[in-house]
Ligand binder design. Structure first.
Ligand code: SF4
Length: 887
């Protein structure tokens, strides 16, 4: 009998792809894209495709704990409730806070918000989505009167021009990117990428504008001015449906074209090319994400973009509109229930007494928050300054992800009471918890999420609940009951929470508020189980949701007109200096997600980039006296990190890039937010994660090492290290400033082996090379390669040899050489994670297989034919190999 297929959604990015999961006969799970889900229509990216490899219970937190002691749920809940109650009694409601996450399901978020704002009576609940899209929320509200995403994913395929601003969509939202690329190939959609870096996305673009970091407002003000001069403003639309154009134009005219050129660092001809493309095409969608939002001018950037769409009337129509793409799977759901410290539930406003009355009455709540709570960065400052004395962190890792991250650690250390609900036992944040509460992971929990196009989908459980893990909503409801709020929190299942959330959205609404899912008020558990994706709003009586907003030109402001917002370019809050001459930009890489608690479990995803790095222009690297593959110190006014140097012309001169993912769990010192200043946008509170002045210095390594082991190598005492999962064990990069007196002893310590172990050694004193391979029953269990320069060995091939038999001296010597040798397959570094294809295989397909382009590689190896986010990388390898062959 075939196992039933469970329809759920991917837990990673804001595309919100539908996923089909089936349990196989061997107990493992099969994951595939859901062809019926409107977001992905069957596609999955490398991360989504590898979901089945992330389901192990290794490292899971499975029992409640108080001060590292296992306790019962009753003990844990009573303890949390008592401490929150006593803190409130002694210091007031604003002395407690929740810090939640876009990883939570809407039902979890709803209960958290209800408890804090309606029953505790404080608005001190904020979310890590503050770091991702708060500027879009603020920009939407200024322009539309509500936090409304106007369009949908189909618009990206209907557009003639797609402008991607501050968004490496190819790596961060790969399935959406593939939909755009398919439209580019099928109907000639033009793509413009606006990004300081020449990213994988930019390499597919018809035009790439490598603007100076933070100059987006100048660029779009220049566009508004150009649209006006070119007669491209739609006077009928502006007159009928908007207000404030003149003031916005006055602000835009403050910068003449030469000033725009100077501010953006983009030559006039390229600026004009973009402006003319935008002017010429009626069907334009402007997609933006963290590159726009994560700025002290983030809200202005959003409004500068929206201004251009309002001026041309290109909004609310097929193939047109500004489009904010969220980073997290349920950032939108959090916005809908009021998961931000400055919002009430159901998109209602904290500062509107009529809204506060609606919510309080509906909840039958004893109180209601009427003034904003602390936004994320300020919230942790308040913790550090002792104003918040009890904090509950759910499904997020602020010790790694917030700016001035070491201050966050210190704040948690000093906080009298910290609760952490998580699925992982050991994160950089759980280390500071007084109480640990085990939550359900993806595959175990039930609820809903909302993706970037306002589509609400179910996440469904398909695995048994492990240990004593419980849903986050249940944990909060139990604490609420123990705090004396039993009446508001009697939920038995997520369907009841969703039904209440839907009913609240419709209460006293009648079309005055954008978020209305009244059609689902009172939904039964059976209907909830079979709920199919729908786009909000879907008011009572509507059989389907709403694909596109503002089609009638009516907005949610008092006069129903959209607002132009005058925007003025201003510098980033921090400035480069002689001490810190480079601008640090942070972001994601293709195969990792957030702080890697899930994606680091799969060797396939770790095979793409296994180590933290700083990407810099070769000229900047030369000035900093660092070389590619060496370790460098990246330092800011707040701290320093150690990362591997990558040099590339794709990186803008004067800017460097470091990924956000590495934590103290997987690296010696690569938490990039340690460097970032906590400057925030004055309206949205979103921190400026894309502009930190830094300097790069040599690490002065005396030796570099690469180790593999069936068990994790020992990192104690290593100055630099980065650990990654391999297929049959682990791989470790390491380096140090001082030579070892006894390398064999060092190898035994790092590899964790006894003196009597079967260890083969090789030494070349002239090059400083020391190589060791350790066997057990003739099988390789560990190896270490050390040299004065970064070890030149075939890392992927070596990692794949763990557990293999090496009975003879010839094979063992080949291992010590660190290379596969002639005639032995060696993939090289993984390029296509979906099909596990490496760089060496691609190069061989060019030299020996006659492949001449990306399509040829796809036909021969399959690489690049699934999610496609490796296509630009494949293209570079093909080009490089062909050039090398000709030379
Ligand atoms: Fe998941 Fe990838 Fe789809 Fe994002 S694009 S939801 S990470 S499968």
């Amino acid at each position: 009998m075939t196992a039933p297929v469970v329809r759920t959604t991917c837990p990673y990015c804001g595309v919100g792809c539908g996923v089909l999961v089936r349990r196989k006969a061997d107990g493992a799970y099969d994951v595939a894209g859901d062809p019926e889900h409107p977001a992905n229509k069957g596609r999955l990216c490398s991360k989504g495709s590898a979901l089945a490899e992330t389901l192990s219970l290794d490292s899971r937190m499975l029992h409640p704990m108080i001060a590292d002691r296992l306790v019962s749920w009753t003990q844990a809940i009573n303890h949390v409730a008592d401490r929150f109650k006593s803190t409130i009694a002694e210091h007031g409601a604003d002395a407690v806070a929740f810090y939640v996450s876009g990883q939570l399901l809407t039902e979890d978020y709803y209960v958290a918000n209800k408890l804090m704002k309606g029953f505790i009576g404080s608005a001190n609940i904020d979310t890590n989505s503050r770091l991702c899209m708060a500027s879009s929320v603020a920009g939407h509200k200024r322009a539309f009167g509500a936090d409304t995403v106007p369009g949908n994913y189909d618009d990206l395929e209907l557009a003639d021009l797609v402008v991607l601003v501050g968004s490496n969509l190819a790596w961060c939202h790969p399935v959406l990117f593939q939909r755009i690329v398919a439209a580019q190939q099928a109907r000639g959609t033009q793509i413009v990428v606006i990004d300081p870096r020449r990213t994988a996305t930019a390499e597919t673009a018809d035009l790439h504008l490598a603007l100076a970091p933070g100059s987006d407002v100048a660029l779009f003000n220049g566009l508004l001015r150009h649209l006006d001069a070119a007669g491209a403003i739609d006077p009928a639309y502006v007159t009928a449906y908007t207000s404030g154009l003149d003031a916005a134009l006055d602000a835009a005219r403050a910068d003449d074209p030469a000033t725009v050129e100077r501010r953006t660092g983009i030559e006039a001809s390229k600026l004009l090319a973009f402006y003319e493309l935008f002017t010429k095409h009626q069907r334009v969608v402007t997609v933006y994400s963290q590159g726009v939002n994560q700025s002290t001018a983030g809200t202005d950037k959003v409004n500068a973009i929206i201004n251009c769409h309002l001026a041309t009337g290109r909004i609310g129509k097929p193939g047109m509109g500004p489009f904010s793409i969220t980073g997290q799977p349920n950032a939108m759901g959090g916005r809908e229930v009021g998961g931000l410290a400055n919002m009430l539930a159901a998109h209602m406003d904290l500062n509107r007494p009529d809204h506060a009355r609606i919510v309080q009455r509906f909840w039958k709540a004893p109180t209601i928050a009427t003034r904003p709570g602390y936004k994320a960065v300020d919230l942790f400052r308040a913790v550090g300054e002792g104003r918040i004395k009890a904090l509950w962190i759910m499904a997020t890792n602020p010790v790694d992800s917030l700016p001035e991250a070491d201050s966050v650690s210190r704040a948690l250390q000093a906080c009298p009471f910290v609760v952490v609900s998580d699925v992982e036992r050991h994160t950089d944040t759980t280390a500071y918890a007084d109480v640990l509460l085990p939550s359900l992971a993806w595959g175990e929990k039930d609820g809903t999420v909302t993706n970037s196009e306002r589509s609400i989908s179910r996440q469904r459980a398909f695995m048994p609940v492990p240990g004593q893990a419980m849903p986050d909503w249940w944990q909060m409801a139990e604490v609420a009951k123990r705090m004396g709020f039993a009446k508001g929190f009697g939920f038995k299942q997520p369907a009841e929470i969703f039904a209440e959330h839907a009913a609240l959205s419709a209460t006293d609404n009648a079309g005055t508020r954008d978020f209305d899912i009244g059609a689902h008020a009172g939904i039964t558990a059976a209907r909830y189980d079979t709920l199919t994706p729908f786009q909000w709003p879907q008011p009572d009586g509507h059989a389907v949701g709403t694909a596109r907003m503002f089609s009638d030109g009516r907005y949610f402001t008092a006069d129903q007109r959209a607002r132009f917002v005058p925007t003025v370019w201003r510098e980033a809050a921090s400035a480069i200096s002689d001490a810190y001459p480079l601008v640090l930009n942070t972001g994601r890489i293709r195969d990792q997600w957030h702080t890697m608690t899930r994606t680091s479990k799969t060797a396939r995803l770790m095979g793409h980039i296994a180590e933290p790095f700083v990407e810099m222009n070769p000229a900047d690297a030369a000035r900093a006296h660092v070389q590619a593959t060496e370790i460098a110190v990246v330092r800011s006014a707040h701290g320093s990190i150690l990362v591997r140097v990558q040099t590339t012309e794709r990186q803008r001169l004067g800017s460097v890039f470091v990924p956000i993912h590495w934590t103290d769990q997987l690296s010696s010192s690569a938490r990039v937010d340690v460097l970032v200043t906590g400057n925030t946008d004055p309206l949205s509170g979103q921190p400026e994660l894309k502009f930190t002045p830094v300097t790069v210095e040599p690490f002065q390594a005396a030796w570099y090492g690469f180790a593999i082991g069936v068990r994790p190598p020992n990192r104690v005492g290593l100055e630099y290290w980065a650990l990654a999962k391999a297929r049959s064990g682990f791989r470790l990069e390491c380096a140090g400033r001082t030579q070892q007196s006894d390398w064999a002893e060092f190898a035994r310590r790092v590899l964790g082996i006894e003196a009597a172990a079967d260890m083969l050694a090789y030494r070349d004193a002239t090059t400083g090379q020391h190589r060791f391979a350790v066997f057990e029953n003739e099988c390789l269990i560990a190896a270490l390669y050390v040299a004065n320069r970064p070890a030149v060995v075939s890392r992927g091939w070596l990692a794949d040899q763990l557990g293999q038999r090496f009975p003879g001296p010839h094979d063992r010597m080949r291992l010590l050489a660190g290379r596969a040798g002639d005639g032995v397959p060696d993939k090289g570094a993984i390029v296509c994670s979906c099909f596990d294809i490496g760089a060496t295989q691609i190069a061989t397909a060019v030299t020996g297989g006659g492949c001449v382009d990306v399509a040829g590689i796809g036909a021969a190896l399959g690489a690049g034919t699934n999610c496609g986010s490796c296509r630009s990388e494949i293209g570079r390898i093909v080009e490089h190999t062909r050039r090398a062959t000709v030379e």
